[in-house]
Design a protein around this ligand. Structure first.
Ligand SMILES: [Zn+2]
Length: 71
């Protein structure tokens, strides 16, 4: 067993919640705990589609044709 140096600036590896791969949990990885921006977006997308759906907006279809001025 080795002694742990609290001052060691070793990057900590965690498991990326999105892909399950290694992710650097440190200041160098601004997407932590995800390994990359892609994984962060993936996870965010999954979270967003899980019951937090935005209602689809239908474009207004009541455009009136026939300008009275053109008659
Ligand atoms: Zn990942």
């Amino acid at each position: 067993m080795g002694t742990q140096d609290p001052n060691a600036m070793k990057p900590r590896l965690v498991r990326c919640p999105a892909c399950g791969g290694d992710s650097v949990y440190g200041p160098g990885n601004r997407f932590r705990p995800f390994c990359s921006e892609r994984c962060r977006n993936l996870d965010f997308g999954a979270w967003a589609s899980e019951g937090f759906r935005l209602p689809e907006e239908t474009p207004p279809d009541d455009q009136s044709f026939g300008d009275p001025k053109l008659q």
